[in-house]
Design a protein around this ligand. Sequence first.
Ligand code: ZN
Ligand code: ZN
Ligand code: FE
Length: 761
Amino acid sequence: MTHLRIKVKGLVQGVGFRPFVFKLARALNLSGSVRNTSGGVVIEVAGRHVRDFLQRLRTEHPEISCIESIETESVETEGLPGHGQEGFSIVESEDDGTATPVAPDMSICDECLSELLDPSDRRHLHPFINCTNCGPRYSITRALPYDRQNTTMAGFMTCKDCSREYGDPRDRRFHAQANACNRCGPKLGFHVLNPGFEWCDSGEPVLSAVRVLKAGGIVAVKGLGGFHLACNAEDRDAVARLRERKHRPKKPFALMAPDLETIRRYCDVTEEDTLLLLSRRRPIVLLRKRSECGLPEEVAPGNRCLGFMLPYTPIHCLLFFHPPGMPNFNCLIMTSGNLSEEPIICGNEAAVERLSGIADAFLLHDRDIYTRVDDSVVRADFLIRRSRGYAPEAIPIGGNGPEVLGVGADLKNTFTLTRGPLAIPSQHIGDMENLETLKFFEETLEKLKSLYKIEPVALAHDMHPGYHSTRWAEAHPLEGLGVQHHHAHVASVMAEAGLTADVIGVALDGSGYGTDGTIWGSEFLIAGVEGFERLCHFNGIPLPGGEAAIREPWRTAAAWIQDVAGENALHYMDRIGFLDRIGEARVREVLQVAGLGEFSPRSCGAGRLFDAVAAITGMADKNTYEAEAATALESRAADGVTEGYPFTVRPSEPMTVDFSETLTSILEDLTSGADVGVISARFHNTVVAAVVKVVGMLHRLTGIRDVVVSGGVFQSLYIRERVMGRLSEDGFSVYCNRHMPPNDANISLGQAYILRERLKR
Ligand code: ZN
Ligand code: ZN
Ligand code: FE
């Protein structure tokens, strides 16, 4: 007798794949079995409708699963296939030494939500309700295969009813590994720290937390991938208090609203945004604020966008919808529970210890978070932060190759592992400057290596000798390859698009270490996997005091004005109100520093240009968080402005783009009282025009038609849309990051790709 053995690879574990196979096989009257292996799912099947089965396997698999390959072989057997039993069954998992993707964490599904709020359901108000279609995955998985004993649910014995559901193929919770109910599942706890809120403790954790929030308090809420700090976003005092306690003066807070309709009251929501907001990944989506938004300015000072997400865990749903009636809140702040730049906190004790100066009360639970994942952030069609709901999904990068590690950059760090045709980027790790983040990096690396059973043969790192990631790599026994920062940006897009031939690479960002030991940041490269040539960059502008000028762009602005206007500098600064605003003494001091070359390095980082223009136009004098000034400048750009300012491309080697005339024109515009929104738009258009012009020149020089754009500047929707649009109109094939953010989060992917391709050759 023969039967068919089917090996399915891809994202097929923890997404309801085996129950789907089971139901399909039963419906088609097949006998055999299905089992998870750490390489995927193996199905043994016999019967008249095997062909139908294969067909429907490909077309009807669960929404979240993703099939990468299906291999089949005919197997001779004595007796019945699979487990030697009549019919079809799910059998124990086995570990065969290869590995398969772990599913990302998913938001609560509609069915679970309606059960949660249904008084007659046995899971009424159960804060951990989930099923095979929804709930935690990556954050609770300790090892593969994805089975309960390999998750942080292992310690919770399922009750009789839950076990019955788990074993019943007709049930939505058939083989749901994290299945739980009010009787057997994890429990919530409530803990007040601030005595002023003790009266809120009703003995019922969610209701108590709601009371604290309604009374203007701050609650630390344990979520899926870590803690959130929550407060009522409509309560200006509460928001201001949170800012003060978190030492976060201006960086925008993320928001959560009960439903789409409420979000629409605050922001414009496109069709694309709607899909993202409702998707199982449930990212924070950056939306354009409506003019009559009504939320306090403190939520996101000076920002035209607000970051919204919908409730994604049953606990969030309870905070909004329990008790029944009107939602408890229109809008909650839900910001990462961490201390300034440290990683998000995930343990109960750590939370109470570290957040005690911020939170008035804690909403806790006893299901451990094994792996922390921050909320992901999306803007239009691209990612700003790739974390919960995305990680640890693999990205296909074409071809096959050795297993390597890219350790990433120091800001917005991620690392990337490769295996076969896949890259596995880590979730957002953070800024490497503090010890906590470095520990998080190491922990996550060990976890992903063991989950995917990857043993890298080499690693790649940035060339910056001062980066913590570089030092970590240098101390590592594996052989390391230094990859130039902007080359890595460009290569990350090549990896995503599977490009190996030379491209015109445009990398615009704040800064990155160059091969000549200076700081680069506006690079036009001819790049391949073997190397690159730097054919053009923007002209450097002075940064008096170095780092100080990055924190306070008015310093750069003053020095650049002096650079361009010479003797007339102070006169200009006076006429545009700059001297009054900053103070003449401080300006003169900075100009003196600017005169001393060694204390005033020049930077060709594109981000610094945006900084300077933001300060010159009076929109932002400081960067209290990364790209604050540039964001403020983009936020004010007027719609419908098409013209730009003059600039010059100088035929040096490498070529440079000189924006001196741009600055003179901006100063002229300002002194003649032009609208700063129009000036902002004109400046943006100038940068777009410069990119298009240089790319055109490089094309004439090399004949290359593939253009890659990357780097933090492309987080600007204004720049991104126009650069890509105009280059496409000019007949170029333009590529940008699709699976990774354009910012430094993609550096690790680029590093890994370059190393992997070189090892292959
Ligand atoms: Zn569900
Ligand atoms: Zn139960
Ligand atoms: Fe960068």
